[in-house]
Design a protein around this ligand. Structure first.
Ligand code: THG
Length: 262
């Protein structure tokens, strides 16, 4: 499982405050803490309150890459913000994200090619969030087609079914899980899959339990990557154990430690 740490996000008070006050050490500690807990990459999101996201993302990228060479996932709905982050990025890049809208694909797929970046494609369009499996697959196929037209390597594409909070869209959870498996049959080579995990537990009382249960189930449907809180040790242990059960890690009594030392 490819883990992208979600904690450098201006929606969190400490990070939002650090962006405002240009307090690098808060950001750098957050980057190092997540890497130490097993994050393979770090999401970078200025948050909804940022007045100057084009400048703020540059500052965040520069602060983070002073302390780690982990890949960075530039998280914004605005292509100009993503491009600004890419322009100063030395580490490997992940673009988070495009939608299935032609304007978005035409802006972001060439950028992903130019910077040799991985690309996350949300199965969403200007018409909104899909309400069933067929709509999700249709949007996924449109993203794959858009990437192929522009010669983007499909194995660098991560499709995201958009995880909804279970207390809002309980009847869609099964569709969201099943579509993760069905993404693989859209093309050869197959696109990969990713979820923003914490969405699933928003507004629930048992956030940790809801997160790790959903992640474990999604692993069974072939999930390749997740944006999550890597500081949640029980969650990370569940992810590692799910991979063990799926025969993606070799069993030994100390498999949790062995994974962390890899
Ligand atoms: N897909 C992709 N990228 C994404 C998402 C996705 N990026 C953003 C988000 N979704 C994933 N990251 C988070 C981060 C935090 C929370 C949810 C998802 C979260 N925050 C607390 C809440 O809302 O209750 C607030 C914390 C605070 O304010 O202190 O749950 O789906 N590709």
């Amino acid at each position: 499982m490819f883990i992208i740490g979600e904690l450098i996000n201006g929606m969190y008070k400490n990070i939002g405050g650090a962006i405002k006050e240009k307090n690098k050490s808060v950001i750098q500690k957050c980057a190092l803490d997540q890497a130490k807990c097993g994050a393979d990459a770090l999401d970078i999101n200025c948050g909804p309150a940022s007045r100057r996201p084009v400048d703020d993302i540059k500052w965040l990228v520069e602060a983070v890459q002073e302390v780690t060479d982990k890949p960075l996932a530039l998280d914004s709905s605005k292509p100009e913000v993503i491009e600004s982050g890419l322009s100063v990025l030395k580490n490997k890049a992940i673009i988070n994200s495009t939608t299935a809208d032609p304007e978005k694909l035409q802006a972001l797929v060439p950028l992903a090619k130019k910077y040799n970046a991985k690309l996350i494609g949300l199965t969403i369009s200007a018409k909104g969030i899909p309400q069933n499996k067929d709509q999700r697959l249709e949007l996924a196929a449109a993203i794959v087609a858009g990437c192929m037209e522009l010669d983007f390597p499909i194995d660098n594409l991560y499709l995201d079914p958009i995880v909804m909070p279970v207390n809002v869209a309980q009847s869609q959870m099964k569709d969201i899980l099943e579509v993760i498996r069905e993404f693989k049959i859209i093309s050869e080579p197959a696109p990969k899959s990713i979820v923003g995990l914490s969405n699933v537990s928003q507004g629930t009382c048992e956030r940790g339990l809801v997160n790790r249960t959903f992640l474990t189930m999604a692993c069974g449907f072939g999930l390749d990557a997740a944006i999550l809180d890597p500081m949640d040790k029980e969650l990370m242990n569940a992810a590692i154990t799910a991979e063990l059960i799926l025969n993606k890690q070799i069993y030994c009594d100390s498999y949790l430690d062995a994974y962390r030392k890899r």
